[in-house]
Ligand binder design. Structure first.
Ligand code: DX5
Ligand code: ZN
Length: 214
């Protein structure tokens, strides 16, 4: 299972140093949580912060847009280092168009669903996405408790993927810890996001290594 530490829980005044630590630990992606205060009840940071990290690390960016009207901002997050841009199903009126927009920029496209949104609503877009992000907390804040029902969604998605012969990655985000990481992996998750469980550790480098060992 790949690990994408979320810099939402990093020290914003020492972001470059914190990102260096996860790189040293072997993180696969830098998870970039963008919040607008509308789609979610919190504001984090925007593209300039992400861009200032480009070049400070070789770890690719995994961008999670928790914003309304994502189409307006997608281009801002396209860099040579951007691996994925993920938008929320709940925020996109024309989801297919938005996914095409991301892919046309040469970036892999992801779609995310909140805890109350069923997997079935993604049925018509699964052929077109590179990643599905299952929220295991209500988006907006780090450090929340894992919602176990998310694992059932992961299993459902993995079964659909096999049945339809698709190859999108399955990512989970929210409340992932060293304690539940093995269960998350067994359910079929390819990429786990972890914020507070990584940056809350006394030794961040070692914590990333511990995750990677699971
Ligand atoms: C929640 C964000 C998550 C969050 C994860 O809205 O999308 O990426 O930072 O943080 P933890 O791992 O602390 O739940
Ligand atoms: Zn996220």
């Amino acid at each position: 299972m790949k690990l994408a530490p979320s810099i939402l829980s990093a020290d914003f005044a020492a972001l470059a140093e914190d990102v260096k630590k996860i790189e040293e630990g072997g993180a696969d992606y830098v998870h970039v949580d963008v919040m607008d205060g509308h789609f979610v009840p919190n504001i984090s940071f925007g593209a300039p912060v992400m861009k200032s990290l480009a070049g400070r690390t070789a770890v690719p960016f995994d961008v999670h847009l928790m914003i309304e009207n994502p189409d307006q901002y997608i281009d801002d997050f396209v860099t040579d280092q951007t691996a994925y841009i993920t938008v929320h199903q709940e925020a996109c009126i024309h989801l297919h168009r938005t996914i095409q927009h991301i892919r046309a920029k040469g970036v892999k496209a992801g779609v995310s669903i909140n805890p109350a949104t069923p997997v079935s609503l993604l049925s018509c877009i699964l052929e077109d996405v590179n990643l599905v992000l299952i929220m295991s907390v209500n988006p907006g804040f780090g450090g929340q408790k894992f919602i176990p029902g998310a694992l059932e969604k992961v299993r459902e998605l993995a079964a659909i993927r096999a049945e339809r012969g698709l190859d999108f990655a399955i990512e989970i985000d929210g409340g992932v810890t060293l304690q539940n990481a093995a269960e998350v992996q067994q359910a079929g998750v390819d990429i786990a996001v972890a914020g507070s469980a990584v940056f809350g550790a006394d030794d961040v480098v070692q914590r990333v290594k511990d995750f990677k060992e699971i």
